[in-house]
Design a protein around this ligand. Sequence first.
Ligand code: SAM
Length: 279
Amino acid sequence: MEVTLEDVKNIAKTLKEYTDFDITEYSEKSLKRRIERITSEYRMNPVSIVHKIKTDNKFARKLINDITVNTTELFRDPPMWYSLRYDIYPKLKNHAKISIWHAGCSTGQEVYSNIILMNELDILDKAMIFATDINDEVIEKAKKGEYRYRLNFEYLNNFDLVINKHPLNYEINRGVSYKKYFDIDRRNDLLKIKEQYRRIPMFRVHDLIKGEQEFLTKFDIIFCRNVLIYFNFSLQKRILRMFRNNMNKGAYLILGYHESIIEPIELGFEKKSNYYVAI
Ligand SMILES: C[S@@+](CC[C@H](N)C(=O)[O-])C[C@H]1O[C@@H](n2cnc3c(N)ncnc32)[C@H](O)[C@@H]1O
């Protein structure tokens, strides 16, 4: 169903007035696409969506979950993981503790990729890993660490690229099998992270937009990949400031492949190859 920008604004405004969710600063174009899909899936028009938000809290929660884009992969964007492996972690390896926040972690593949890498580098015992998302359904899936085998199998290639290959070599030396980290049940199409790794991250529902936020710890690495792209420029800036306030000097900020900070110095960051350092 055709949805106008006016409809999008009305839905966002009603959510803000009647619930805890504020999507008024999400990028309008991507909201429009999501809401168009939702109108046909729910078989509702924008006016009836606005009405239902006002009268049904559970509906609003489901709507927020369906508006968010949760696409993710194991070892998404291998060059980023090479930077972590050969550049960032060697600099952090003598720290007594490495505090990490995955902001917008979706179903957890990014978190478990990082846990696997840290384990291979023998620094997992130093890790304090906090992983959050606004969507309560994806957080439950992340805690389970259970994925469709067929959908995720192709990403096991990325596992090989990051764990078993040096970026300057052509050959993959399959020293580490992914079975070290995953239980595989082909018949039921399941790929499940082994229990000892599932216990490590603290997964929480958390909304990045809820004002200035202070955490009990300052982070050494913040991953916020493929999240800011859905927000407008002024909201991106507010969140980046909040990140900077919760990072140690010299800490690392990792964004998605298509994301960048327009005025990094003003926000307290310096751009290095494919990541940012807090200055
Ligand atoms: C495309 S996924 C990115 C997942 C992972 N970081 C990656 O790059 O593979 C974007 C995630 O951001 C989450 N998100 C959207 N708005 C958010 C907000 N206000 N606070 C926290 N998470 C949010 C979505 O629910 C979604 O799971």
